[in-house]
Design a protein around this ligand. Structure first.
Ligand code: CP
Length: 357
């Protein structure tokens, strides 16, 4: 792998991604061949936010490869509670572990951690920004269940603004030819502009709609997501959005017989439980594909035996990112880094926040 860290799945080339999918399928078919391949290696899971699937599937993945695990799932039980910053935490843990998976509410945290970690960093979710290993889960599922990753009509429904799994999935699927995205949300929870810019720059296209039932007949894949309560500034704002989109048996009557229903989980009430028994529902098997995908990713990243990485190029900049959720807001020592997009627009290299100058 050219990149040592995985901040987003687009850090991998197509060849690297397809090799990881192929390796995931080989591990799934012949798990005994991989029981010992990571013996002596240690994965650290640093989870500053709650998780069931991502944390446990990372841990299970490493254990099934013969490696060991350390970490925390509640930063209040670590020295973060005493005020330790991200830089010091990853610098120290990088001396104990061979690879780090980090989840954090700050957007851009994994990119920041990658600057200081002496070992590879995997983004296990950074606020409402990105979630590349969920996307790996999704593409392993799609490849196995649909037989292809291109030429698909993919409906994404729910909280497309705050749903990091949506952003990472669109970014990756936009790199495959002729995918079409049907973005189903309320206007308040529509996909951020930087993600639309990614689609516009690709060979894919998108439409934005507000009716799940009307979108249903054309979809090859329906990717349902929950409304991300924890990203709202008030309960009142959340309640205005909650329950707007619910997938039930009635709506499925309009769907193709071959359509696949995916969901990153956790589900709240956006998919009625009766849908679980429909053969198009793939969200439970999706979690299993995710574990094999993470096994393949860990194994591939650990094959890069260069232990100390040069930090990413980090020029300083006089502006600070205006996104209140950007990791640079809480970790003040981080240098400001932007990409210029047009004459008066700067894109924050941590959180992708758009800053007008
Ligand atoms: N899909 C996902 O990230 O689930 P968890 O929050 O349970 O890890």
């Amino acid at each position: 792998m050219k990149n040592k860290h995985v901040v987003d799945l687009t850090d991998l080339s197509h060849r690297e991604l397809m090799d990881i999918i192929s390796l995931a399928n080989d591990i799934k078919a012949k798990p005994d061949d991989y029981l010992d391949v990571c013996r002596g290696k240690i994965l650290a899971t640093l989870f500053y936010e709650p998780s069931t699937r991502t944390q446990m599937s990372f841990q299970t993945a490493m254990l099934r490869l013969g490696g060991s695990i350390i970490g925390f799932d509640n930063p209040q039980n670590s020295s973060v509670a005493k005020g330790e910053n991200l830089k010091d935490t990853v610098s120290v843990i990088g001396g104990y572990a061979d690879i780090i998976a980090i989840r954090h509410p700050g957007e851009g945290t994994a990119a920041a951690a990658a600057m200081y970690s002496p070992v590879p960093v995997i983004n296990a979710g950074d606020g409402g920004h990105l979630h590349p290993t969920q996307t790996l889960t999704d593409v392993v599922t799609l490849y196995n269940e649909m037989g292809r990753l291109d030429n698909l009509c993919i409906g994404l429904c729910g909280d497309l603004k705050n749903g990091r799994t949506v952003h990472s999935l669109i970014k990756t699927m936009s790199t495959f030819k002729k995918n079409r995205f049907v973005l189903i949300s309320t206007p308040e929870l529509s996909v951020p502009q930087y993600i639309k810019d990614v689609i516009n720059a690709s060979e894919c296209d998108y439409t934005e709609v507000t009716s799940l039932a009307e979108a249903m007949p054309e979809l090859d894949v329906l990717y349902m997501t929950r409304i991300q309560r924890e990203r709202f500034t008030s309960e009142e704002e959340y309640q205005k959005q909650n329950g707007v989109f619910v997938l039930d048996k009635e709506k499925l009557r309009y769907a193709k017989k071959t359509m696949k229903i995916l969901h990153p989980l956790p589900r709240v009430d956006e998919i009625d439980v009766e849908v679980d028994y429909d053969e198009r529902a793939k969200y439970y098997i999706q979690t299993v594909y995710g574990m094999y995908g993470r096994m393949a990713l860990i194994l591939t990243m650990l094959k890069n035996d260069e232990r100390v990485f040069a930090p990413r190029i980090m020029p300083t900049h006089p502006f600070r990112c205006s996104n209140p959720r950007c990791i640079t807001k809480s970790e003040k020592y981080l240098p400001a880094v932007f990409t210029e997009v047009g004459g008066d627009m700067l894109l924050c290299r941590y959180c992708d926040g758009r800053n007008l100058i």
